[in-house]
Design a protein around this ligand. Structure first.
Ligand code: SF4
Length: 231
């Protein structure tokens, strides 16, 4: 595999160049102008942030990228797919309200905001990839149908991968809810039945109502049940 060229800039601004202008310059240096955007649907994949979370990319950075795509003749839209976990981004209604709360509106960013896998996370394309661990990938429809994808991702810690960046933003973040379920299914929680005292705490605390106690007071996880009752 060819080595990637990585371009970066620091966060120092000066009277001649603010951070948005530096972002624009960085994008140009990375080869933006070699991409043919004319009439192309351009998905800008971003994380809108959960309400109360401040660690998302500010909307005015997104607006800078949107403006450049539009200037190049493209049809940009800002997008993310619904989450697997229950929260404020697990369906398109809550997701769009969360995005609005964090400042991502069409007026601010300059393009439509589309939840990539639809109202309940079911709009997807199942694409053959024929890899050892995955034969198909369930990709959110709006991402799968886009002509161009730009990943606008923040850098974050991740409990399983160590760090999350562009690969996670696209590889996991662009998956539909069903796709995310597949991605997480190899690391599903298991009950060590011998150690279970039947205290019932996991039953009452499970955010997905997926745990119940058996007749002999042992916790049992119903993995499918948790998904079906997300809403
Ligand atoms: S009921 Fe749940 S929380 Fe309580 S001991 Fe069993 S597995 Fe642990």
């Amino acid at each position: 595999m060819a080595t990637s060229k990585v371009f970066f800039t620091n966060l120092r601004a000066n009277p001649k160049m603010n951070l948005l202008q530096k972002l624009s310059k960085l994008i140009d240096m990375a080869g933006f102008n070699s991409i043919v955007f004319e009439h192309k649907f351009t998905a800008i994949k971003i994380h809108f942030g959960e309400p109360g979370n401040m660690a998302f990319i500010r909307p005015n950075y997104a607006a800078e990228v949107v403006g450049k795509v539009k200037k190049a003749g493209g049809k940009p839209f800002l997008t993310d797919a619904n989450t697997l976990y229950s929260g404020k981004r697990s369906n398109a209604v809550d997701h769009l309200l969360s995005a609005t709360q964090n400042g991502f509106t069409e007026v601010v960013v300059g393009c439509p905001i589309i939840i990539a896998d639809g109202l309940k996370g079911t709009e997807q394309h199942e694409i053959e990839i024929d890899q050892p661990h995955c034969q198909t990938a369930r990709i959110s429809a709006a991402v799968a149908e886009a002509d161009i994808i730009i990943s606008m991702n923040h850098f974050k810690g991740h409990e399983m991968a160590g760090f999350g960046g562009a690969l996670k933003n696209l590889g996991m973040g662009a998956a539909s809810v069903g796709g995310k379920l597949v991605l997480h299914s190899t690391s599903k929680p298991r009950i060590q039945t011998d150690n279970c005292t039947g205290c019932n705490i996991c039953v009452t605390k499970c955010a997905h109502d997926a745990v119940h106690l058996s007749a002999d007071k042992k916790a049992i996880i119903n993995y499918e049940f948790g998904k079906m009752h997300r809403y």
